[in-house]
Design a protein around this ligand. Structure first.
Ligand code: FE2
Length: 293
């Protein structure tokens, strides 16, 4: 058996301003606080003990990304596979709430990732407050070791390629039927590009924009339909300037066929993974300055 990640379960932020980050994720995004321990706040939307973690720090960065494994291999077996591919890792036990045992390692660009088979599921449900997205859907990150990092997620963790933008700009990979769960962008340093949450539909997206406007949080990019993924996306910033995407209508990948489920807005049938040039199919071109992310 191979190592097989099947979802991105959580993102843990190092935060210089944890009070405002917790306020944003609870009151604007509508996540519920499930636990506070050692100053660290755990927030959930749905089943899991946490999908967002805010860890106080003297720096603003990503502390870790949490990926769930399908359980076909035990954590010890996964670690053996990692050792066989020359990847260092540590098994952590009872060091934090919600995930009692996980493998901690760094990807080739230096991101800390946590691999686990089980997460506590207190199932706090949806608050019904704020934006209240359906789920944490994907992360896009700049990677200073672009090619090795892509190979790592593909060859070691079992991700599948979907689309690319440019031959050497952005690579989209999935570990389930969502068009992408990670988007790896070539860069000189490694950091978050954006974190993305799925909303129900376009009207939910507009309501979210109205809610953000009431809180004087501007939309900085979009709305537009992306090329890679077909998702209709809007982007804004959280209190620490992390870019947050809200999206709907993302392509559904059918791994058995290597195509995406047909949609009326697809320009080709069947719709297959490919290399794109631009970012928007609507022509409402948008651009985020990478230097300002
Ligand atoms: Fe995205």
């Amino acid at each position: 058996m191979s190592v097989n990640v099947f979802r991105l379960a959580y993102v843990d932020f190092f935060s210089k301003d944890p009070a405002h980050m917790v306020e944003y994720y609870s009151e604007i995004m509508g996540y519920r606080i499930t636990e506070e321990q050692n100053g660290i706040t755990y927030l959930s939307n749905g089943y899991d003990h946490h999908n967002i973690v805010i860890t106080p720090s003297d720096k603003q960065a990503i502390r870790s990304y949490g990926y769930q494994l399908d359980g076909g291999l035990s954590l010890d077996e996964v670690q053996e596979k990692l050792i066989a591919t020359g990847i260092e890792s540590r098994i952590q036990e009872d060091v934090k709430p919600g995930v009692s045992r996980f493998i901690e390692l760094n990807d080739p660009s230096g991101n800390t990732i946590e691999l686990f088979t089980e997460i506590n599921q207190p199932a706090v449900g949806f608050s019904g407050l704020g934006i209240n997205p359906l789920k944490l859907g994907h992360v896009a990150f700049l990677a200073n070791n672009y090619e090795e990092t892509i190979t790592f997620y593909h060859d070691v963790l079992g991700f599948t390629f979907t689309d690319k933008i440019g031959e050497n700009f952005a690579n989209f990979l999935t570990c389930n039927t969502d068009h992408h769960v990670i988007n790896i962008i070539a860069a000189n340093d490694t950091r978050l590009h954006h974190i993305a949450f799925q909303v129900k539909d376009a009207s939910h997206q507009y309501a979210a924009s109205d809610l953000l406007a009431k809180h004087e949080i501007p939309i900085i990019w979009g709305p537009s339909r992306h090329t890679a993924g077909s998702n209709i996306a809007t982007y804004h910033r959280d209190p620490e300037d992390n870019v947050v995407e809200l999206y709907t209508d993302m392509d559904v990948f059918v791994p058995e066929l290597g195509i995406f489920e047909p949609r009326p807005w697809h320009t080709e049938m069947p719709y297959k993974p490919k290399v794109w040039e631009g970012l928007s199919v609507w022509g409402t071109e948008f651009q985020l300055d990478l230097a300002k992310i």
